[in-house]
Design a protein around this ligand. Structure first.
Ligand code: CAA
Ligand code: NAI
Length: 288
C-alpha cells in the first residue's frame, strides 16, 4: 500500500511523460510540469498515442482511457503543481545545477511530508540533495527506464541523507506502479544500471569509430547474440543522444577514463543529431 496518491512529475520529456502516464494509469492523481507549454502539448500527444496502443492490444479498456486522462493535468507552474502532493518525481534534464534548483523550488511550495524522487540516470543523489539542507532526508533516486510504461524495473538509490522512511515510501510507490525494484544502497554515480549500459554503448561507439561494422550490424550482433530487444546504438537513438552524452560526461568525471565520451558522440550531439526526438541519430527517424 502506498500513501503517495498525489504525484507531481517535473519535466515532460521522454521520461516525465511516461512516468506521469503510468502513474495516472495506476490510479494516482498526477500533475505534469514543464517550463515549456510546447513540451507539455507534445507530452500529452505522446501519452495519447501510448494509451491508444494499450487499448489496441487489449491491455486497457477503451472506457478507462478518458479516466486516465482525467487524472492527469499539466501546468507550467511548479508552485501550483506541488502545493498538495505526496510525491514529486523530478525528470528534468541531466544537469546537477538544474535539478538542485528545481528541487529547491519544489521544497519551497510542497508539503513537508512529500517524498522527493529524482529520475537522474547517474548523478549523485547526495549532491542533488545537498542543495536542500535539512530536507535532504526526503530525497531518493527513482530511476525509471524508457519506456517507463513498459519496463519492469525501478532502480532506487539511497543518498547519504536519505531516510529509511523515504526509501520505504518510494518502494511502496514503485510497487503501486507494478514495478520490481533494486536498491543501490551506496550512492555512487551511475548506480548499477547506468554503468552497465554505458559500457556497452561505449564499445559500440568505439567499434563504429574503428570502422569495424555498420551501425546495423553492431546492433544486430548484440540483439541476436545476447537476446537484447534493441542494440546499443538503436537504444541510444531511442533514449536521446544528448541525455546519453550528459550521462557519460558525469560518469567520466566520477569513474575516470573508461567512461570518456567518444568524439563521434560529441560530434553528433553538436550537430543536433539527437536520435528519435530530433529525427536523426545513428539512424534516420524522419519517417517515424
Ligand atoms: C538511460 C537510462 O538512464 C535508463 C534507460 O532507460 S536504459 C534503456 C532501457 N530500455 C530498454 O532497454 C528498451 C529496450 N527495448 C525494448 O524493451 C523493446 O524494444 C520495447 C519494449 C521498447 C518495444 O518492444 P518491441 O517488441 O521491440 O516493439 P513493439 O512490437 O513496437 O512493441 C511491443 C508491444 O509493446 C507495445 N508498446 C511499445 N511501446 C509502447 C508504448 N510506449 N506504450 C504502449 N505500448 C507500447 C506495442 O504496442 C506492442 O504491443 P503488442 O505486443 O500487444 O502488439
Ligand atoms: N531518456 C532516457 O532514456 C532516460 C532518462 N533519464 C533521466 O531522466 C531525466 C529526463 O530525461 P529525458 O526525459 O530523456 O529528457 P528530455 O530532454 O526528453 O526532457 C527533459 C524535459 O525537462 C524540461 N525542463 C527543463 N528544465 C526544466 C525545469 N526547470 N522545470 C521543468 N521542466 C524542465 C524540458 O523542457 C524537457 O521537456 C534526465 O535526468 C535523464 O538522465 C532516466 C532514465 C532514462
Amino acid at each position: 500500500m502506498t500513501d503517495l496518491q498525489r504525484v507531481a512529475v517535473i519535466g515532460g520529456g521522454v521520461m516525465g511523460n511516461g512516468i506521469a502516464q503510468l502513474s495516472a494509469m495506476k490510479g494516482h492523481d498526477v500533475r505534469l510540469v514543464d517550463v515549456s507549454q510546447e513540451r507539455l502539448d507534445s507530452a500529452l500527444a505522446s501519452i495519447g498515442t501510448s494509451l491508444d496502443r494499450f487499448v489496441k492490444s487489449g491491455k486497457l479498456d477503451a472506457g478507462d482511457r478518458a479516466d486516465v486522462l482525467d487524472r492527469l493535468r499539466t501546468t507550467t507552474s511548479v508552485a501550483d503543481a506541488v502545493s498538495d502532493v505526496d510525491l514529486v518525481v523530478e525528470a528534468v534534464l541531466e544537469r546537477l545545477d538544474v535539478k538542485q534548483a528545481v528541487l529547491a523550488e519544489v521544497v519551497a511550495h510542497a508539503p513537508v511530508a512529500a517524498v522527493l524522487g529524482t529520475n537522474t540516470s547517474q548523478l549523485s543523489i547526495t549532491a542533488i540533495a545537498s542543495a536542500l539542507g535539512d530536507e535532504a532526508h526526503r530525497v531518493v533516486g527513482m530511476h525509471f527506464f524508457n519506456p517507463a510504461v513498459l519496463m519492469r524495473l525501478v532502480e532506487l538509490v539511497v543518498g547519504l541523507e536519505t531516510s529509511p522512511e523515504t526509501l520505504a515510501r518510494a518502494e511502496a510507490y514503485a510497487a503501486s506502479l507494478g514495478k520490481e525494484t533494486v536498491v543501490c544502497r551506496k550512492d555512487s554515480p551511475g548506480f548499477l544500471t547506468s554503468r552497465f549500459s554505458a559500457i556497452l554503448r561505449m564499445e559500440a561507439l568505439h567499434m563504429l569509430e574503428e570502422g569495424l561494422a555498420t551501425p546495423e550490424d553492431i546492433d544486430k550482433a548484440v540483439k541476436l547474440a545476447f537476446n537484447h530487444p534493441m542494440g546499443p546504438l538503436e537504444l541510444g537513438d531511442f533514449n536521446g543522444l544528448d541525455t546519453y552524452l550528459d550521462a557519460l560526461t558525469g560518469l567520466h568525471a566520477a569513474h575516470g577514463e573508461r567512461f570518456r565520451p567518444p568524439v563521434e558522440l560529441k560530434n553528433m550531439v553538436a550537430a543536433g543529431r539527437l536520435g528519435r526526438k530530433s529525427g536523426r541519430g545513428f539512424y534516420d527517424h524522419s519517417g517515424s
